[in-house]
Design a protein around this ligand. Structure first.
Ligand SMILES: [Zn+2]
Length: 423
């Protein structure tokens, strides 16, 4: 078995790992303008997708160009989320020649997809000779396990009868309200491990929740409005659950509304479907018609809305309304990538609105509602793989983390972008 890193190596975004030139694990987009794709255009026999985030699934429809029809394997929530993301990509970039796929390619997903639950092993054609089942490739047995990141997120175990490769995808070792943390530790000879938060120790989730709920309550009590920018997939639902558990009634706006309806169709992938039903029943979904957003902004309320890093979305209707009054608050609820408007607000208290940089007098606080394992989580996960070879990916400091692991007697390295490794 060999693996080639086409994206997500020593970086976060556009994840793609090609096994034996035949089986592709994830095929993501890096959010930028224009968006970036994995470094080359592979022609796999099959694809397995770890979860429904843009940086893991965003470019999958592009694999269905011409008469190419690789099978696409994923969980039911990932299948639904992939379509929501593809439609959003077409909305943003569909008219650009840089958009690598069209509506037609998205529609073809229905012809090639196969949905799988956790723990159900399935055969995938392909192999060393790359030509599918009729060309000598012996194929693989693949199994998905709950990765505890977002609904439907999976660790991917690939077994070719000789080598067992575990691709972790994004994962969390702790329970979140929306999904339970990862528990499965299948035997593997090689582990490709994400390392997004290899440098971070998360604050205890219960403490983060209390701090956030207190900030919301205090702001509303003082007569202000709270804008909580949140990613549509995972974070919006997590915040709805935290709000409901603290008797806070949020407005919910943006793509997170559709995602909430969608994940509720897959209760077996939720930690507590009944809690999400209650939270959804209590929340008020915003249509945005007839100046509704302006009214909400003036209404002494909590609004959870996209986008999480303020790069677009309805959050831009609320911020101009609440910006000048220090009684109002913005609660950032996820990591703000360098160069995003969210990072600019976090570090410098200002924001570009309609092409002009404006100071923000509203209070700005940050809360770490991460859906990734932190340093301690990564180490506790990998502790079960002390005899395996560990390849660190999906992080800004992969090399340093691999070095630390080697110092701790792991067989670890951090492959470069484009590197092909014989296992
Ligand atoms: Zn993710």
């Amino acid at each position: 078995m060999d693996v080639e890193f086409l994206g997500g190596a020593r970086e976060v975004g556009r994840s793609a790992v090609l096994v034996d030139g035949s089986l592709l694990l994830d095929y993501g987009l890096l959010t930028a303008d224009p968006p970036q794709y994995p470094i080359r255009d592979p022609e796999p026999d099959a694809v397995v997708v770890s979860h429904g985030h843009l940086d893991h699934v965003g470019a999958v429809p592009a694999l269905l160009k011409g008469d190419r029809r690789p099978a696409v394997h994923w969980t039911p929530p990932t299948a639904d989320l992939a379509r929501v993301l593809a439609r959003d990509t077409l909305k943003l970039h569909g008219n650009s020649p840089l958009c690598p796929f069209s509506e037609e390619h998205v529609a073809r997903l229905g012809e090639v997809e196969v949905r799988h639950g956790y723990g159900e092993s399935f055969p995938v054609a392909g192999g060393v000779d790359g030509g599918g089942s009729d060309a000598g490739g012996t194929g693989y047995e693949v199994t998905l396990f709950n990765a505890g990141h977002v609904p439907g997120s999976a660790h991917v175990l690939v077994d070719d009868g000789d080598t067992r490769l575990l691709y972790t995808g994004d994962f969390h070792t702790d329970d979140q309200r929306l999904v339970s943390g990862t528990r499965a530790r299948p035997d593997a000879d090689v582990v490709i491990c994400e390392s997004t938060y290899a440098d971070v120790t998360h604050e205890e989730r219960a403490a983060v929740e209390t701090r956030w709920a207190d900030r919301v309550r205090t702001t509303i009590w003082e007569g202000g409005t709270v804008v909580a920018p949140a990613f549509a997939i995972g974070r919006t639902q997590e915040l709805m659950l935290v709000a409901d558990a603290n008797d806070l009634t949020p407005y919910v706006d943006g793509m997170g509304k559709e995602v909430t309806r969608l994940v509720r169709r897959h209760p077996e992938f939720l930690r507590d479907p009944e809690a999400l039903r209650r939270a959804k029943g209590a929340a008020r979904f915003v249509t945005g018609r007839d100046g509704q957003r302006e009214r909400i902004a003036a209404d002494n309320a909590l609004v959870i809305t996209t986008s999480g890093m303020l790069a677009g979305g309805p959050v831009h209707s609320y911020l101009p309304e609440i910006r000048t009054n220090p009684t109002n608050a913005v609660t950032l609820t996820g990591y703000q990538v360098e160069g995003t408007p969210g990072r600019e607000l976090q570090e410098h208290g200002r924001l570009e609105l309609n092409g002009r940089v404006r100071p923000v007098s509203a209070r700005v606080d940050s809360f770490d509602f991460s859906a990734h394992a932190d340093r301690e989580g990564l180490e506790s996960f990998l502790d079960d793989y002390r005899d395996s070879r560990v390849l660190v990916n999906h992080g800004d400091r992969c090399v340093a983390f691999a070095e630390d692991l080697r110092a701790d007697r792991f067989k670890a390295s951090a492959p470069e972008l484009g590197e092909r490794i014989e296992l």
